[in-house]
Structures are given as structure tokens and as C-alpha cells.
Design a protein. Sequence first.
Length: 351
Amino acid sequence: MQLAGTQSELSSGEWTSVFQQAGQLGMLHAHFTGGEPLARMDLTELVSAARTAGLYTNLITSGVGLNDQRLAALMGAGLDHIQISFQDSREEAANWIAGAKAHAHKIELSQAIRKYKVAFTVNLVVHRQNLDHLEEMIAFIETLNPDRVEIAHAQYYGWALANRAALMPTREQVEKGVAIVAEAEKRLAGRMRIDAVIPDYYAKYPKACMGGWGQRLMLINPSGKVLPCHAAEVLPQMSFENVRDRPLQWIWEESESFQRFRGESWMAEPCRSCDHRAEDFGGCRCQAFLLSGEAEATDPACSLAPKHSVIESALRESNAGTSVKQGTGGSSFVQLQQQSAALWTYRTNPE
């Protein structure tokens, strides 16, 4: 999925209307995510509008583009929660994975955040390239003093799927990581909450993606299109309503796109008679399509799925041999970028 150009984005006034409608519908949270929400120069105004509408505001950001002055303005607008993403504990590796020299700035920003009475989460994405020093990364996160840390394995959609060979961990890495997180949860109980997400590929049953299609979440992209999940636009022969054309309530209650995979009536076997159908709702529709070619199929991540063999094949590839394909250190950031070009497949920005 390619990014949309900025000329199509909703205006400040249009976003304010969206927040008002969301508050009237009884929605609770407004998550400012992306992409990078700090690219909106009116972000402070949008946070204020969401708070006025009665929504809990959460900024999910790389931190790039956030300085002390802008942080103070966001706090003054009523920001409730801020989440900063880190790619590693080691500066060289973190900058290499991110493709930008941002690690040192994120540390400074984390220290600035702690000066405010605001909930603070550190998001750490783990994968084949950094999982071998997870203990070190958790110790690093402790020094940032967040209220919560989310240690989430990369999930294989979009560009992560295109880079799966470089990101998918081995079973040994996953099992060791699970044990490290369990120990950290016990040690840090009452001081720092840890939420962990393992790769679907290593689970027996799939997760209920976004709590189930059309069950809990509406994602509104910058141009106003309303989606049941982040990746929904990969599904063919589906159209999604826009807030410029329809009220939010109608989209939630009546639109074909939100009704399409809501609940259980659309399910085929083995989901239709499975005891887990009300827990995982057949898994992720986007992942089902990307891996099987059928949006209605049982998510291949499920061990009971007819097309689970595609998952087994990917795992055999990831676990073949004992070496882990990783980037190596370089004496300059230019060398790291050259390594990245050889290892990663990148998305190009829209014109």
C-alpha cells in the first residue's frame, strides 16, 4: 500500500468534525498515529479538538520533529499519553534499522517527557535483527522510566511482509525472548507494565486482529477514508467510505465495508464450527488474503487453517541452518545505509 499525497488530507476543521462525531458516538480514545502524526503542523490544534470532544488522546510517534517547545504545546493542549518507538538499545543498530540518525534524539525526548504528568509508553519492535540482545534492550528501556513498554514482534503485513526474510526470527530466538520477557514482567511488576506480542507465525491460533473486524476500532486515514484496520485497503473488490461523504455513525453501523467481516455469519469451515471463533474471529482478513489469496479464508496463521502450510514453509525457511542473517557494524552511517539498501526493500514516498 502506497502513501497518499498531502494535498488530499483532511483539513483541521474536517478533523474537528470527525472528533465531535466520535465523541457523540461514545468512542473513548483518539490515537494519533501514522506514518508520522508530527508531520501535521496543526497537531496541537487537533489534540485540543479531540480533548474538547471528550476523547482520551494518545500520540504514537517516532519522535522525529518533536522538540521541547512543541512538546510543551501538546501538553498544554491536553495530550494524555505519548508513545515513542525505539528500534534498539544500541545507537548504531537503532539508526541503521530506522534509516535515520534518531536514537540520541529519542533518548533526550524521553527525558523531557518525564518532566510532565503524562502517561508514557516505549514501543520496542523486535525481530531477527535485534532479538538476540533483548535483555540489554529491556535494561535500556528501564533507564527511560516509562509507565509501560510494548515489546512487539514485527507483524508481517505490507512492507514487513516484503522484508520477512530479514525480519522473521528463529524459533530459538522467539522462545528465548518469551522467557526473557516473562522474567522482566516478574521483576518489574508494580513499576513498569510490559505488554508483549509474539509473531502470529509461531502461535497455535491467530489473534483477533484489532479486536475483530468492525468490532472495536475505526481507523481514519489522512484523506478521510474509514477503515476497520490499518491494512484493510489491501483487500481487493472492497470500497471504503469517506468522512467527507458520510457521517461517522452511518459508516460504523451501515456501511458494507464494516459489515463485511463483522461477527461470525461470513465464516466458512473450519472457523464456522470452531470453539475459538468468538475469540479470534477467524484471524486477520488482510493476512488471510496476503498469504492465501482469499480474504474469506481462515487466517493461515491458525494451526487448523487449510492453508497453514504457507506458514510452515516460511518457518522452515527462517529456521534453516543456525546462522541469522543480520547487518554488520560499519564505521560510518553511510556504510550502514549501504547495508540497508542491500538488505531491505523500501517504500518510495509519493510525489
